[in-house]
Ligand binder design. Structure first.
Ligand SMILES: [Zn+2]
Ligand SMILES: [Zn+2]
Length: 260
């Protein structure tokens, strides 16, 4: 199993995951044209995708879902409430190929299983995903709201993870965001901080295949600050990567995590 972030952050999110049994896009927050261009950098096209898994309706995750669905007919896995919210925003009218699931469902793709994990993010029906094949488990955990009950258990079950590390608390407090936005980000439906993310990694009791920090804020974080928090809190043994906010990341191969 391998994965690559095509982009990660409030300007657009899209992750490509390839297993031996199926090829997935998680979210479609880039324009269709840019999605096509970046997939081509790894030798793939949208026609290669078996399923598009949608985490939630926010535009940075859903911008081109309607276009991709109508142009390519790729099955879009989405909850009913998220589909409705997209339709209200004029983005979901084109989901001709919607496959509905309920948060918490397991989706079956032959040799691949996808667990859907409900999140308390401030969307109508947000979900994170765990993609499993051949005993390897990859988590795609962003837009988490807060460190909710059960999140640590999910993280502990993984071999590799794209994990939200949205903000540095000091930078957020001192930064220029208006008070209401600061409150939203740190509130129960916002995003998790570098320290919270690193705390989850530290508590997992394993050395992950890799941890790719995702959905970093451009205003209230830097890749160096996020990595440093992880080094301090989770220790030097973890292989910490960062998903860039403005370009494609590294192609990452998932291997088994080591427990300690
Ligand atoms: Zn987002
Ligand atoms: Zn969101």
């Amino acid at each position: 199993m391998r994965a690559i972030s095509l982009q990660s952050g409030s300007n657009g999110n899209c992750i490509y995951v390839e297993t031996s049994g199926a090829r997935f896009l998680v979210d479609a927050g880039l324009s269709m044209r840019e999605t096509v261009r970046r997939l081509a950098l790894v030798g793939r096209t949208l026609s290669d995708i078996d399923a598009l898994l949608l985490t939630h309706e926010h535009t940075d995750h859903s911008l081109s879902v309607g276009g991709i669905s109508s142009r390519y007919g790729i099955p879009v896995y989405v909850t009913a409430a998220t589909e409705e919210a997209l339709a209200c925003r004029g983005l979901g009218a084109g989901i001709a190929s919607a496959r509905r699931f309920s948060p918490g469902d397991c989706l079956d793709f032959g040799s691949v299983r996808v667990e859907t994990v409900p999140t308390p993010h401030d969307s109508v029906d947000g979900c994170a995903f765990v993609i499993e094949e051949g005993g390897l488990r990859l988590g795609i955990l962003t837009d988490l709201g807060h460190v909710f009950d059960g999140l640590g258990t999910v993280v502990r079950s993984l071999d590799a993870v794209f994990l939200e590390s949205n903000y540095d608390p000091g930078m957020l407090v001192q930064g220029k965001y208006p008070a209401f936005l600061k409150k939203r980000i740190t509130g129960p439906g916002g995003h998790i901080s570098n320290e919270e993310s690193a705390g989850l990694v530290a508590a997992a009791g394993r050395v992950f295949s890799w941890v790719c920090l995702a959905h970093l804020s451009g205003e209230n974080n830097t890749p160096d600050a996020a990595v440093e928090a992880h080094r301090q809190i989770a220790g030097p043994r973890q292989d910490i990567r960062v998903a860039p906010r403005d370009r494609i990341g590294e192609l990452l191969e998932v291997v088994k995590a080591n427990r300690f």
